[in-house]
Write a protein that binds this ligand. Sequence first.
Ligand SMILES: *Cc1c(COP(=O)(O)O)cnc(C)c1O
Length: 408
Amino acid sequence: MAPSHTHASTDPLSLIDTYGCPLYVYDTAVMKRQYDKLFNAFDVQSLRLNYACKALTNINVLKYFKSLGAGLDTVSIQEVWLGKRAGFAPEDIIYTPNCVSLEEISLAVKEGVMINIDNISILEEFGQAFPDVPVCIRINPHIMAGGSSKISVGHIDSKFGISVHQIPLVERLVKAMGIRVVGVHMHTGSDILDAGVFLQGAEILFEVAAKFDQLEYIDFGSGFKVPYKEGGISTDIEDLGEQLSTRFNDFTESYGRELTLMFEPGKFLVSEAGKFYTRVNVVKQTTSTVFVGVDSGLNHFIRPMFYDAHHEIENVSRSGGKQRIYTVVGYICETDTFGVNRRLSEVQEGDILCFYNAGAYCSTMASNYNSRYRPAEVLIHEGRAHLIRERDEFDDLLRKQVILDTFG
Ligand SMILES: *Cc1c(COP(=O)(O)O)cnc(C)c1O
């Protein structure tokens, strides 16, 4: 019999019994806590948080953020369609793609969503094709976060955004073609470590904003950092909120017109809301290391290998046991190390390990590599667990393959 799609217990071991292992489990209470925290940090007339749904794209999560009053930030036409399916009004969806064709942008125009342009040649083509459609301009402010630590997508060689040095050209095009610019945007993709660095970028955006007189909003993107380990760095939201609100209110006063302050957080809203559970297949002692090998790998949880991200790991089957040092690895035929020299309650084969901060960029980056199944996903809401994605089965691996007769 197929398992029921809701479950009265939210105990992870019981959920694994029902929905299989590995398993992603998300909690709406944490999403709401984060949404409220961000929303309440700003003191402005009009504030809008657009959930950057590439972090966690399950449609139930989109619907949940809509119920909290969020808008949606999308980076592909498919995410636009998902947002509409989730019930977002077109005007509450912003489409911020990079290096896509005018054809795809035209499809987004047809859906009536807000278009964010990040390339001058596209702006020119867009102005010709859609003279009456308002746009937002994505700026690359080229900010450097001091020293050698380059801010990752706002720097000089980045493919994102229109260089702030090209604004005179943008102004000329806008004027000549009668393009209506209703928003300016930046998303440096960097971690906002302190309000000071962020405000430096914000000043550049205000300077650009002052050059366009039909604005409705200023969008500061994201980069809000959450802690991934005890004592890890996180954005001081209250401090940033206070300083930016004051500056934003000053700006709107001098601009002479009310503007909406916008952000598009992904990680901040969902990272801590997710946990990923795996089962220990083997404990393997080599000459120098004790490996713990689990029933998952870079196919389900790639951030440690892709970004060198640190995710806390806990042995939930045996908390309070004797502490030992392990290197936790995956079962994929690649080097897929989750964590080196981790202190865990003494691990035995069959134990369940929990990986923290698994809400953002984990299931959405998962694949079927090694012909493994993608795990089920469960959403905990008001004390009940709901299945929101079924675990793959064998037929899913073949679903889009075309099997030729040629080879018998
Ligand atoms: C990915 C992305 C975001 C979200 O970034 P987080 O670090 O997850 O908050 C916001 N805006 C744009 C344009 C993005 O591409």
